[in-house]
Design a protein around this ligand. Structure first.
Ligand code: NAD
Length: 239
């Protein structure tokens, strides 16, 4: 599956799953623009021949300005991967309003901001692939993740809505729901839990960032044009 001549924005592309996606997409021939807050994104961009724009997905004006800039320079945006995400885990009884809001602002409103800004450019060009990162816990729920599961579940529903609204413009919208993937985000999970998790995952290993990047690649390809409004689970068979 090739992405030659495709212009792709990857949010949260500095590290983890996003970084692996930058690698896979640039190798497939795409012109990749990373949106991230971390300066290390400049190194990722350099390593893989991508471009870095320091953008917070939770700031609608920054997002809108960046879209205008890319559209002006490239004349189109073919692919948007809404991959940026954060955690602020705490049980419901202890979760603060700030912890709730911070996660909703990035993981849910951030996805809305980016898609809302990019979609008109895709409509104009009569082509688009929108891929958004949900999570297995957006389907199952999870202890300590009221905020995160609300956002990740919301993504699944928004994706179905966008599939219905945008399909007639040559645009597909799909989500990927990763299981447990080894990245900086999950680095603080204790070793004991990691071993337990390995045993409970049917393929008997924890996911790698590339496992998700290749799922994104498929959904970003022209070949996936009849897949729309779908959430693809990539979790080793856990749920
Ligand atoms: P990560 O923390 O390694 O990477 C997330 C990236 O998003 C970072 O580079 C970070 O700087 C960026 N980011 C955070 N807030 C941002 C903002 N406001 N604007 C722009 N960029 C921002 O995490 P990861 O594990 O690579 O996660 C990638 C996606 O996959 C996330 O949406 C996450 O929720 C989801 N996910 C991860 C797992 C897992 O097990 N790692 C499982 C399910 C879903």
């Amino acid at each position: 599956m090739r992405l030659d001549n495709k212009v792709a924005i990857i949010t949260g592309g500095a590290r983890g799953i996003g970084r692996a996606t930058v690698k896979v997409f640039t190798e497939a021939g795409a012109k990749v623009i990373i949106w991230d807050l971390l300066d290390v994104a400049a190194e990722t961009a350099k390593e893989f021949g991508a471009e870095f724009m320091k953008i917070s997905v939770s700031d609608p004006q920054q997002v809108q300005d960046a879209v205008a800039d890319i559209a002006q320079r490239y004349g189109k945006i073919d692919i948007l991967v809404n991959n940026a995400g954060i955690l602020r885990d705490r049980s419901l009884l202890k979760m603060s309003h700030k912890e709730w809001q911070d996660v909703i602002d990035v993981n849910l409103t951030g996805v809305f901001n980016c898609t809302k800004a990019v979609a008109p450019v895709m409509v104009e060009n009569k082509y688009g692939r929108i891929i958004t990162t949900s999570s297995v816990v957006g389907i199952t729920g999870n202890f300590g993740q009221t905020n995160y599961t609300a956002a990740k579940g919301g993504i699944i529903a928004m994706t179905k809505t966008w599939g219905r609204e945008l399909g007639k413009h040559g645009i597909t919208a799909n989500a990927v729901a990763p299981g447990y993937i080894e990245t900086e985000m999950t680095a603080s999970i204790p070793e004991e839990f990691r071993e337990q998790a390995k045993k409970s995952i049917p393929v008997r290993r924890i996911g790698r960032p590339e496992d998700i990047a290749y799922a994104y690649l498929y959904l970003a390809s022209e070949e996936a044009g009849f897949v729309n409004g779908h959430t693809l689970s990539v979790n080793g068979g856990t749920a």
